[in-house]
Design a binder for this molecule. Structure first.
Ligand SMILES: [Zn+2]
Ligand SMILES: [Zn+2]
Length: 350
């Protein structure tokens, strides 16, 4: 068995439910034959990290090292690693285990995130019961299947948000069939939305950014939208009627907003939920039936889609807008994300 460089991994953990993290270390799993050890250089902060730290979903365990937008260099590898060399710059996203058996339908379709045995890198467990820890740390070990090479065209500091946010918006655009000429609405111009605009534009869509903050108009135009709709202006919102082929809901828009969303949709169109409302949706079924609009959701994406996302972003020069924080300021950075002040993704430098 190969040795790793880190016998003890130092990170920043939530010790109890809440926002605050503090230094804490753990002994990593032995470096398996197909495992790589990554010395982390950049780690993105995603809303889910904060939800897990705060135990918002009720299943968190402590201490907990979050962080699932991980980028760094391979510093050790098991003897049977095929795809990576020492020194490669790689990224790891939300997952670190799936069964990958032929009789597992999600795994067979490349949708490892839906595998019943899938382990998330934060708040997860391997089949042997060992808890997973994420990227707010100096290093992480994963099976090579769950790591992806960062294309040379992408500055590694800008790569972390592509591992979760970028994948989250690009996967449903591909899977649900966004194509050249489609009119694609993006609601909620933030961490997900500003990337969704760029991916949809690069797919050849006519992109409509929809926001109640007119201050975001100029930035959206720079990111490639054809139209900006300020929903605080009634006339602008009304003019959206029956005009969109797709609507990606990137905000946690209230459940009561969905009836209005449906009025914006062209016939046989699709609304895709990416940001979670906390209440059940209130939708008049007639609105869906008469327009043929469907509402669906999507959660991250599988590993082949992760690699596709990185390649597509490299090719079309899609980059997140980031604010950088040294790891010592991790608590400040998380507050910044939680309060919605960050433009538009926070990246920790280790
Ligand atoms: Zn995430
Ligand atoms: Zn599976």
């Amino acid at each position: 068995m190969a040795e790793g460089k880190f016998n003890e991994i130092h990170g920043w953990a939530a010790m109890e439910p809440g926002m605050k993290v503090e230094p804490w270390s753990y002994t990593p799993r032995p470096l398996g034959d197909r495992d790589i050890e990554i010395k982390i250089e950049y780690s993105g902060i995603c809303g889910s990290d904060i939800h897990i730290n705060k135990n918002d979903w009720g299943n968190s365990e402590y201490p907990q090292i979050s962080g699932h937008e991980i980028v760094g260099k391979v510093v050790a590898k098991g003897p049977r690693v095929k795809h990576f060399e020492l020194g490669d710059t790689v990224g790891v996203g939300g997952m670190c285990y799936a069964c990958r058996q032929d009789d597992c339908r999600p795994c067979k379709r490349g949708l490892e995130q839906h595998c019943p045995k899938c382990a998330y890198i934060i708040g997860g467990r391997y089949p042997d019961g060992v808890r997973t820890h994420g990227g707010f740390a100096e290093a992480v070990r994963v099976n090579e299947y769950y790591a992806s090479k960062i294309p040379a065209a992408i500055d590694p500091a800008y790569a972390p948000p592509l591992m979760c946010a970028g994948l989250t918006v690009f996967a449903p655009m591909v899977n649900k069939g966004v194509k050249r000429g489609d009119r694609v609405g993006i609601v909620g111009i933030g961490g997900l939305g500003h990337l969704a605009i760029q991916f949809a534009a690069a797919l050849g869509a006519e992109v409509v950014a929809i926001s109640h903050s007119p201050s975001k108009r100029e930035q959206c135009m720079e990111l490639g939208v054809t139209q900006f709709v300020d929903t605080s202006n009634r006339e602008e919102a009304e003019a959206l009627r029956k005009s969109l082929d797709f609507l990606f809901v990137c905000s946690t828009a209230g459940a009561e907003k969905y009836n209005e969303f449906i009025t914006w949709m062209a016939c046989e169109s699709q609304i895709v939920i990416l940001g979670l409302p906390s209440e059940p949706l209130k939708v008049y079924p007639g609105e869906l039936v008469f327009s043929g609009t469907s509402i669906s959701g999507s959660q991250i994406g599988g590993l082949s889609m992760t690699r596709k996302t990185l390649e597509f972003a490299a090719k079309h020069n899609i980059r997140p807008m980031i604010e950088r924080f040294p790891i010592a300021k991790i608590n400040e950075a998380m507050e910044h994300v939680e309060s919605g002040k960050v433009r538009y993704r926070a990246v920790l430098e280790l």
